[in-house]
Design a protein around this ligand. Structure first.
Ligand code: GSH
Length: 203
C-alpha cells in the first residue's frame, strides 16, 4: 500500500493519520502539479492532487476516504461508526465547508502565494477570511470548553480533520490567539508525535 503525499494541508493530515494508526503504508513524496509529473500522476488521481492511497489495483483520493480506509484496516475506533457516526461526519463536513475553508484563505495568502513568488496580499480576501474565521473559531472554542475531544470521549479523526490548518497557524498568520480552548486542544494533539511531526524520517 502506497501513500502519495506532499507537505501541504490535506496530505499532512493523511500522513499524520497513517502514522498515528501505524498503518502499513509506504510513503511516497509527490509533486502532482509539476507539469513534468502531471500526466503520469493522473493515472492514480485524475484530479492530480495528493494525498492518494494505492492498494493494488485500487486507488483512493480524498483525505477523508483515505483516513476511513486506514482506520478500517487498523484501529476502527478512530473512525467511529454506529451512534457516533453522524457526529463524526458533522465535524468532518464542518471543517471542509467552514473552519478549514476560512483558514485556507490565510494559508493561501501567507504560505502558498509567497512560495509561488507572489508576495502581494489580497487584503479584501483576508478581511472576509478574518470574519469567517472568527465566526467559526468561536463555535469550535465553545465546544472545546466542555470536552477534550470533539466526538465521544476520545480522540477521533474529527480532531485531526478539524485541526487541519492549525499546524500552519503561525506561518499563515491565523488569528487564533484569543481562543484558549482551541489552543489547549491543539497542544493536546501536538503531544502525539504523529500529529506534531508527521514527516519525521520520511523522504
Ligand atoms: N479535497 C482533497 C484536496 C486535495 C488537495 O487540494 N491537495 C493539494 C494540497 S492541500 C495538492 O495536492 N496540492 C499539490 C501539492 O501539494 O503538491 C482532499 O481532501 O484530499
Amino acid at each position: 500500500m502506497q501513500l502519495y503525499f506532499s507537505g501541504n494541508l490535506n496530505p499532512r493530515v493523511a500522513v499524520a493519520v497513517a502514522r498515528y494508526l501505524e498503518a502499513p503504508v509506504e510513503f511516497i513524496r509527490a509533486s502532482p502539479r509539476d507539469p513534468r509529473h502531471e500526466d503520469t500522476f493522473r493515472a492514480i488521481n485524475p484530479n492530480t492532487l495528493v494525498p492518494v492511497l494505492v492498494e493494488g489495483p485500487r486507488t483512493l483520493w480524498e483525505t477523508d476516504a483515505i483516513a476511513c480506509r486506514l482506520a478500517t484496516l487498523t484501529q476502527p475506533d478512530f473512525w467511529p461508526t454506529g451512534d457516533l457516526a453522524p457526529e463524526l461526519q458533522m465535524w468532518v463536513s464542518w471543517s471542509t465547508h467552514h473552519f478549514t475553508r476560512a483558514a485556507s484563505v490565510f494559508y493561501w495568502e501567507f504560505v502558498i502565494k509567497p512560495l509561488l513568488g507572489r508576495p502581494e496580499v489580497d487584503t479584501q480576501a483576508i478581511r472576509e477570511g478574518t470574519g469567517e474565521f472568527h465566526r467559526f473559531a468561536k463555535v469550535l472554542d465553545d465546544t472545546l470548553a466542555t470536552r477534550p475531544w470533539l466526538v465521544g470521549s476520545r480522540l477521533t479523526y474529527a480532531d485531526f480533520r478539524v485541526a487541519t490548518a492549525l499546524p500552519f497557524a503561525t506561518a499563515a498568520k491565523l488569528p487564533v490567539g484569543g481562543y484558549g480552548h482551541i489552543i489547549e486542544w491543539h497542544e493536546r494533539l501536538c503531544r502525539l508525535p504523529a500529529w506534531r511531526n508527521p514527516f519525521d524520517g520520511l523522504p
